[in-house]
Structure formats: structure tokens, C-alpha cells
Design a protein around this ligand. Structure first.
Ligand code: AMP
Length: 618
């Protein structure tokens, strides 16, 4: 039976709680839901009929934060206290940003260049997570206001190229805003969902998602098969977008009236008014052939052809990125079954035409490009809410995940390209008698030796009860949740002692790094195999030496003097082979030692068995 709640604040009937979809954008953000009646995704709109909330946070003199259109008004007049593009800071260190440090008009702290960045406002420091949480909180409040019901569960989108740290930061921002983030979804995946792609079980498609926003451009090639969205490649330019079109028009207008740019560069209000008129010209030219206006007493005018000419080089750069993305995905244009347009700037006719010419097909642009990502997030939210039970959207792991075992070898628990969510476990044991702890180091990568892979986390599993070597059974479990966040737990099965950690890598990997790691594993495959064989032989040799030594100490009386001398010599030879790092020699010497010790090992076994029998009444 369905439950009906009553909102005690308003007295109104409360529907079952809705999961919202949120597009947390660099320039604008918005919330969408599946309409309870039409069952179609819709963007939530305030009374001003706008669904977009500018991703801008302004701090007033008392340090109070204001978000959205109100905050945007301060971009030019109070730049030091007005934060825009906080998304560009997510999961980044100052070193990651320093090439573009001039881009930010507010203070990005640079004193500890390798740790995560903070922003200084007056005497307070804010992390990008906190800044994003202000935006998310505003979106949550808006949604609650419009829906008249509490909103606490959300799906949030991120660019496909976001690494683990950036995804985790986004999730943390949601938590800080009071949202339970059920899933982090790739923006191009969400855009495809909004077009209904990937919703058929037996559907197989390769699609290109072209996303040109205000300040960033990215293109992703996705493969959809059996409800799984795989990102084959991404490319783009994180500092290219509609703002550059505005800038080109500003320069065009100034050229037209004969005023050099540097003359107005210091007059913030003139600059702002020119920027606004350039943006309206751009928007008008998306449907009109010509734009004319009066600005500061001058008549300014621009035709669509003139606009096309000045932005042609910028558009060309995005097409180059598309070509690169295709090459990286090892595909050609004929492999692409659909092209999806995302971002306000894809309304520009030249952009649309160039993309469609490049891919040799008409593009999908029927869904509002500003809203398409949020709408897709709402579709995903609906699936998670169980309203669309046939689907479970899956992502896959880009690289193998495993732990370090003896000799520095990588032991893979979850292989690359495994479906997410995923769970895998394996049992390990101790090397020494009475060993009370075990170091568990988690690595990501394809190489045989952990030293060539990337360490994600490490913890010391303590509290293993004293037992002889090899007795404890430590089960290590990897669990990757639907967002691709890994938790690692270890449990000693005999005693039940348990410990776990959540892996939150400070810095994740970019697609290019993942690719390099894969290439490395292929180039070094032969050498790695040889190295692994050597490490395994060495480990086996050391274990045999250890066991033999213990055996002799315990059973000296069972061995003849000749046997003792022969065993000692064979042990020395094996030790020497290990020191020489010679795999074949180690294996030969292991064999020789085994040959010598086999007879007395059997004798010892017989003695033990007959001893045991003697104690029993047969
Ligand atoms: P987004 O980051 O996706 O919200 O995209 C915002 C960008 O789209 C800004 O640069 C806007 O100026 C641009 N934009 C919005 N509407 C239009 C339009 N009708 N024609 C051209 N550009 C537009």
C-alpha cells in the first residue's frame, strides 16, 4: 500500500519523495524531474520562467552567500567576492590550475601548490566543494519551493572526463548541501538518455555528444550496448565556449566604431554593457540575419555572415577535437549512429552546420540544449526510483583494481572493463608465525608489478589473532558502488576481526593518463611477465628456505649427518640463486632442495602418522 504523507508546514498532501536530476554546470545549473502526470522529464522553472540558475556565488560584506542571477550582477562590480566557474576548481591543486590562474578574478590560494585549492573571501577560506554546495543548496531550495515538498535525493551530472577526485568532490558537495547523491552520471550519458537513447535493452549504438557551453567545450564518443554506456573517448578545450563568441563580437563592434580594446578595458561598466550587447547580438543572430543597435551613442551592426566569419576559427577548433576523439576511439565517421547537441552555444547555426557536415548527418537538437543534461539526469533518477524497472544503467572500470602481494606483485581483484557496480573478494594469509597485522595496499593499473601502477590507498589491517603462518584467512573484498567509488574491506574469517576503508583518491586520472597506463602495459608486457615469473620464483624459494629451516630445527634427530650437510648446501645454493635474481637457477635449486629433503620429509610424515596411531586404540 502506498503511503501518503502530509506536509506539516503547508498542510498539503505530500507525494512520495521525488529524486531530482541536477546539472551542476560551469556557467549555469538546473534541476529537472519526471513530471508525475505526463511521465516526461521537465526542467523546474521559477516564476521568471527560467530554468537556469547561474553557477555564481557572491559573498556580501557580512560573508553571506547569494547564488544565481543576483550573484551574477556582481561579476563586474565586485569580482574579488564573486565566484564563478567553481566547477573548474573541483578536485584540483593550484599546480593543476596555474597555467590559467589569470582566468580567476577572485583569490585562489597558491601557497600549498600540491594540495587541493581553496578560495579566499575576506578572512575566510572556501573549498570548491563548499562553493559548489552553495549552488546545490540553492537548487535544492528552488526545487522544494516549486514542488512544495522536501527534496533530499538527487542524481548529479559531471563531465565524462572528470576523474575520481572530481567525482568524489561533487558527491561531497551534494552531501554538504543536504542531498543524498544517489548517483553521479556522465553528462553525455545523461544527454543520450534525454533523447531516449540507451533505454532499449538490445539497443547497440555509437554516438557523439557535442557539448559547447559558455566557457567549455567537450566532445565524447559513447558506445551504448545492453544498457551499458561506455565512454570510448573524450576531447575538448576547457577554455573555449560561447563567451569567446561574445568576445569576438565585442572586438568586431569596437573595430566598426574605431575604438581600440585597451581604451575601454579598464572601464568595467562600459565593458559590461558591451559584453551584454554582444551576447544579445549573438543570440539574435541564431535566428535573424542581421543585428543592429545603438551603443554609447554609436550605431553598431553585424550580419550573420560577418558573425560566421569571425567565429569560424573557433568553431574549426571544436571540429578538430571531434576528429581527435574519433581517432582516439579508433572509429571513423561512418561508425557514428547519432550526434547529440548539448550546451547553449550549439544554437549558433554555424556550429550546427559545421558539426553536421563533419559527421555527415543531421544532428539531434530537438531537446533544449541548456536543459538536455538535467532532463537526462531526471530520467536516470526515475530509473533509480524504480519507476522504470527494466533498466539498470551500468558503467565500466577503466583500469584494473587490485592489491599488492608478496614481492610487490599486483593481484587483480576487479579487472579492467568490469561492470560497475561490482564486488570481488579473495583470501590471503600471513607469511610469518604470530603475524598480527597485514598491510593492504590498493593499486590501479595493468602492470604486473605494483611499482608501475598507481597507489590508491593503503591501510594496516590489525588485530589478526596470533596463529602460525598460513593459518589466518584474511578475506579482502572490493566493492565499487554505482558511482565508481571503491571501498576495500578486510576480514579475518577465523576470528571475525574486520576493518574497511573508502578509497577517496586525492587525484584521479585523466583519460589521457588511463590511456598511457594501458599503452605502458602493452609495451612492457613481455618484460613484466619475466619480472613476475622472477618475483614468483624468488617468493617460492624464500618460502621453501623458511619451511626447511623450521623443519630441520624441529626434526634434527630424524636426519643423518650426511643429509644435514647436503640440505645445508642445497639451501645455500638456493639462497645464492635468489641473490643472483636468476629465475631459472632459482627454479633448478628449488628442485634440487626438494629432491634432497623429500625422503626425510616423508620419514617425518610417517613418524607423525605412526605416533598418532599409537595414541589411538585400534
Ligand atoms: P551553457 O553553459 O550550456 O548554459 O551555455 C551558455 C552559453 O550559451 C552562453 O555563452 C550563452 O550566451 C549561449 N547561448 C544561449 N542562448 C544562445 C542562443 N540563442 N544563441 C547562441 N548562443 C546562445
Amino acid at each position: 500500500m502506498a503511503k501518503i504523507g502530509i506536509n506539516i508546514a503547508t498542510g498539503s498532501l505530500q507525494q512520495a519523495e521525488m529524486i531530482v536530476g541536477i546539472d551542476l554546470g560551469t556557467t549555469n545549473s538546473l534541476v529537472a524531474i519526471i513530471h508525475p502526470e505526463s511521465k516526461q522529464p521537465v526542467a523546474l522553472k521559477e516564476f521568471d520562467n527560467s530554468s537556469l540558475v547561474p553557477s555564481v556565488v557572491h559573498f556580501n560584506e557580512f560573508g553571506n552567500a547569494e547564488v544565481g542571477e543576483q550573484a551574477k550582477l556582481f561579476l563586474e562590480t565586485d569580482p574579488a567576492n564573486t565566484i564563478f566557474s567553481a566547477k573548474r576548481l573541483m578536485g584540483k591543486s593550484f599546480n593543476d590550475l596555474k597555467e590559467n590562474a589569470n582566468f580567476f578574478t577572485y583569490k585562489v590560494i597558491d601557497d600549498n601548490a600540491d594540495s587541493l585549492v581553496k578560495v579566499q573571501i575576506g578572512d575566510r577560506f572556501y573549498s570548491p566543494i563548499e562553493l559548489s554546495s552553495f549552488i546545490l543548496k540553492e537548487l535544492k531550495n528552488r526545487a522544494e519551493h516549486i514542488l512544495k515538498t522536501p527534496v533530499s535525493k538527487a542524481v548529479i551530472t559531471v563531465p565524462a572526463y572528470f576523474n575520481d577526485a572530481q567525482r568524489q568532490a561533487t558527491r561531497d558537495a551534494g552531501k554538504l548541501a543536504g542531498l543524498d547523491v544517489l548517483r553521479i552520471v556522465n553528462e553525455p550519458t545523461a544527454a543520450s538518455l534525454a533523447y531516449g537513447m540507451g533505454l532499449q535493452k538490445d539497443e547497440e549504438k555509437t554516438i557523439a555528444v557535442y557539448d559547447l557551453g559558455g566557457g567549455t567545450f567537450d566532445v565524447s564518443i559513447l558506445k551504448i550496448a545492453g544498457g551499458i554506456f561506455e565512454v570510448l573517448s573524450t576531447n575538448g578545450d576547457t577554455y573555449l565556449g560561447g563567451d569567446d563568441f561574445d568576445h569576438a563580437i565585442m572586438e568586431f563592434f569596437l573595430g566598426q566604431i574605431g575604438v581600440p580594446f585597451h581604451e575601454i578595458n579598464n572601464d568595467k561598466s562600459i565593458l559590461q554593457s558591451l559584453r551584454l550587447i554582444a551576447e544579445s547580438a549573438k543570440k539574435a543572430l541564431s535566428s535573424a540575419d542581421k543585428f543592429s543597435a545603438e551603443w554609447s551613442g554609436y550605431n553598431i551592426t553585424i550580419t550573420q555572415q560577418q558573425f560566421n566569419d569571425i567565429i569560424q576559427p573557433l568553431v574549426h577548433r571544436t571540429i578538430d577535437c571531434c576528429a581527435k576523439a574519433l581517432t582516439d576511439a579508433k572509429l571513423t565517421i561512418t561508425d557514428i549512429n547519432a550526434v547529440i547537441m548539448v550546451g547553449g552555444s550549439t544554437r549558433v547555426p554555424l556550429v550546427k552546420d559545421s558539426v553536421s557536415t563533419f559527421f555527415g548527418q543531421s544532428v539531434n537538437d530537438s531537446v533544449n540544449p541548456d536543459e538536455v543534461v538535467a532532463l537526462g539526469a531526471a530520467v536516470q533518477a526515475d530509473i533509480l526510483a524504480g519507476n522504470n524497472k527494466d533498466f539498470l544503467l551500468l558503467d565500466i572500470t577503466p583500469l584494473s583494481l587490485g592489491i599488492e602481494t608478496m614481492g610487490g606483485l599486483m593481484d587483480v581483484l576487479i579487472p579492467r572493463n568490469a561492470k560497475i557496480p561490482n564486488k570481488a573478494g579473495r583470501q590471503y594469509t600471513t607469511q610469518k608465525d604470530g603475524q598480527g597485522s597485514m598491510r593492504i595496499s590498493v593499486f590501479q593499473g595493468e602492470r604486473d608489478l605494483v611499482q608501475h601502477n598507481r597507489k590508491l590507498a593503503e591501510f594496516n589491517f590489525t588485530g589478526i589473532p596470533g596463529m602460525p603462518a598460513g593459518m589466518p584467512k584474511v578475506e579482502v573484498t572490493f566493492l565499487i558502488n554505482a558511482d565508481g567509488i571503491l571501498s576495500v574491506s578486510a576480514k579475518e574469517l577465523r576470528s571475525g576481526v574486520e576493518q574497511s576503508i573508502e578509497v577517496k583518491p586525492q587525484y584521479g586520472l585523466t583519460d589521457a593518463e588511463v590511456e598511457n597506463m594501458l599503452l605502458d602495459s602493452i609495451t612492457h608486457a613481455k618484460a613484466d611477465m619475466a619480472e613476475r615469473a622472477l618475483v614468483e620464483a624468488r617468493t617460492e624459494g624464500e618460502q621453501i628456505l623458511d619451511v626447511t629451516e623450521k623443519f630441520i630445527a624441529k626434526n634434527t634427530t630424524l636426519l643423518t649427518k650426511a643429509e644435514l650437510i647436503a640440505t645445508g648446501a642445497a639451501m645455500q645454493n638456493l639462497q645464492m640463486a635468489i641473490t643472483l635474481n636468476d629465475k631459472n637457477l632459482i627454479q633448478t635449486k628449488i628442485e634440487e632442495l626438494n629432491e634432497i629433503s623429500r625422503p626425510f620429509a616423508e620419514r617425518a610424515m610417517d613418524a607423525a602418522v605412526s605416533g598418532a596411531l599409537k595414541g589411538k586404540k585400534v
